[in-house]
Design a protein around this ligand. Structure first.
Ligand code: SF4
Ligand code: SF4
Length: 434
């Protein structure tokens, strides 16, 4: 079969899969009451039931791919709130991802997406170098304050001029470590692969340091394969199934070569990709099964495997709340472990915020392409954070940190976003345990 025919056949398979999902829908409308996008925009086409209908009409040929159809399909955070609440077991986010892929096969990926996913992300060095230059520019241009005139250039790159960006690292995390890092003392308790993710590597390098310090401090050998690439989730979310497959197969093969006892991640989307989404792209096998069972979110891994004693923790005298990233709580079923770790820290007064598990609106590239709606959704998160009266909000997802911190700054609110693992490392360092 030639390539074009194969792509056409794949596209039809995806569309039929999407429509099959639709057939389960009972039209009850429950998804309307939970979808964060519907809550802000109130358009039936943007809610799960509407998107399911779109899939059906595209299959039957009653509908063509128009701008309105594409807009509706792109109005989704992949937050999984609808599937978590759907009484019929429909996974509307899978319908959406398949429809995006279908559209890509019909219309092509487009110049910019092809450049980003197939070249810049794939070859990795261009984004590493780009991040370094942006980091230099951020520092040279005296920060990112609201009065900085550089903000007027943001729209040229597709960003709102209101936006506050995090500082990019001058040196990537992966370049700061050897590929294999031995335990700080004693024989190794196990060999742990660390998938840093792009954000950990290029922005939140302190998270990588925290993970490495905790694991090596508690006797593990840590392996950070240098050739690791993006987990594939942003590529998948933009309708590039074949690109996502390339990334997932690459990371699978790479980590398989290192004879690991476990693989940890400190990014909820990376965790979901390596535990679950990879199964959509790779054939079922005992190797794949063993690989996905080895993947842990860092909070999950520490809570399960490391016995941290009270006297090993130093005091952090702060009021702290926790935000559940969608890909952590609904994507991986993790909510108790990070809270447990935070509550263990002496001095921390843990305060649960209202609607902690409701999406913050970041959703990877959604908060770039749909910034105004993403901020409207996030305004509820900011209100709930302010009502909780805390100094820190801890979480486990880089894009949540980025988006919530941006909006907190826009509200001139003093709360700071942090990762749970960073706070835990601070506490262990305060007691000189690591
Ligand atoms: S909640 Fe599920 S069954 Fe009900 S309308 Fe939405 S997708 Fe259909
Ligand atoms: S995944 Fe989230 S944003 Fe998308 S349709 Fe479902 S509830 Fe709405």
């Amino acid at each position: 079969m030639n390539t074009q025919a194969a792509i056409k056949q794949q596209a039809e398979t995806h569309l039929l899969e999407a429509a099959k999902e639709f057939q389960k829908c009972m039209q009850c409308g429950k998804c309307r009451s939970v979808c964060p996008v519907f809550k802000e925009l109130g358009n039936e086409l943007y809610v799960a039931r509407g998107k399911n209908k779109l899939a059906e009409k595209l299959v039957s040929g009653d509908l063509q791919i128009t701008k309105r159809v594409k807009d509706a399909i792109n109005e989704c955070l992949n937050c999984k709130t609808c599937s978590a609440n759907c009484p019929a077991g429909v996974s509307p986010e899978h319908v959406v991802l398949r429809l995006r892929w279908y559209i890509t096969t019909q219309e092509g990926l487009g110049f910019f997406k092809a450049l980003i996913f197939r070249h810049l992300l794939w070859h990795k060095w261009p984004i590493t170098l780009g991040a370094m230059f942006i980091g230099l520019a951020q520092r040279a241009l005296f920060g990112i304050g609201p009065k900085n005139p550089v903000r007027y250039l943001f729209p040229l790159f597709g960003f709102s001029k209101r936006r506050f960006f995090p500082l990019m690292a001058l040196r990537s995390a992966q370049s700061q470590y050897p590929e294999v890092i031995p335990p700080k003392k004693g024989p190794s308790k196990g060999r742990i692969g660390y998938f840093t993710g792009c954000a950990g590597n290029l922005i939140y390098t302190n998270v990588v340091k925290s993970v490495v310090d905790i694991l090596t401090g508690y006797g593990y050998e840590v392996v950070i394969p240098k050739k690791q690439k993006c987990n594939g989730t942003p590529v998948l979310a933009n309708g590039d199934y074949d690109g996502a497959r390339m990334f997932m197969e690459h990371n699978f093969d790479l980590f398989q070569r290192h004879d690991l006892d476990a693989i940890v991640v400190a990014c909820s989307s990376c965790g979901m990709a390596l535990k679950k989404e990879i199964k959509v792209f790779m054939e079922e096998s005992s190797e794949l099964q063993a690989f996905t069972e080895k993947v842990y979110d860092i909070n999950e891994f520490i809570e399960k495997n490391i016995d941290i004693k009270k006297e090993e923790l130093g005091s952090l005298p702060y009021k702290v709340s926790y935000h559940d990233p969608c890909h952590m709580v609904r994507g991986q079923g993790i909510s108790e472990q990070p809270r447990k770790l935070l509550k263990m820290i002496p001095g921390v007064e843990f305060k649960e915020m209202k609607d902690a598990a409701v999406c913050c609106g970041s959703a990877g590239s959604y908060c770039i392409t749909h910034y105004d709606t993403a901020i409207k959704i996030n305004n509820h998160k900011v209100e709930n954070i302010q009502a909780a009266e805390v100094e820190y909000v801890a979480t486990g997802c880089p894009t949540c940190v980025m988006h919530i911190q941006d909006n907190l700054l826009q509200h001139e609110s003093n709360e700071k976003m942090r990762f749970v693992v960073e706070m835990l490392a601070d506490s262990l360092r305060a007691a000189k345990t690591i």
